[in-house]
Design a binder for this molecule. Sequence first.
Ligand code: HEM
Length: 125
Amino acid sequence: MAPLEKYSRNDVKNHNDSNSTWLIIENKVYDVTTFLNEHPGGEETILEEAGKDATEAFISAGHSSEAREMLRKYEIGELIDSEKTKKGTRIPNIFGTGRIVSQVIFVALTVGVFIAIRMYHSSRN
Ligand code: HEM
C-alpha cells in the first residue's frame, strides 16, 4: 500500500461542501464526496461535519461495524503528526453520552469509590 498522504486540519477545512467533502475521523482523512447521497443517515448530517473533525459525531451516531468498514473505501490520508489527537488516553463511550461527559462520569465514579473505601476503613478503626 502507498504511504498515507498527510494533511493539516486547515487543508481539510477547505473541503466543506457537497462539491468536495472531507472529514476527519480518528486522525484519518476521508473524502466522502461520492458517498454523500448514499449515506443512510442523510446527506445533511455529513455536510454538517464537512471540513471538520467528525470523530465525535461519527461515534455518537452509533455506527455499526459495517459502517466502519465502509470508511476504508474513502480514506485519502491522515493528519500530520503534530495535529493528531492523542490515542490511548480515551475512555470509551460506555455511558451513551459524549466522550467528555463520559470522562467526567468516569472520574467521578473513580473518586467516589476511593472515598467509599476510605470511609469504610476509617469506620472500622
Ligand atoms: C464516511 C463517513 C460515514 C459512513 C461510512 C457512514 C455510514 C453509515 C451507515 C452504513 C449507516 C447505517 C446504519 C449503520 O450501519 O450504522 C449510517 C447511519 C447514520 N449516520 Fe453515518 N456514516 C458516516 C458519517 C456520518 C457522520 C459524520 C454523521 C454525523 C452525525 C453520521 C450520522 C448518521 C446517522 C444519524 C445515522 C442513523 C440514521 C438512522 O438510523 O436513520 N454519519 N451511517
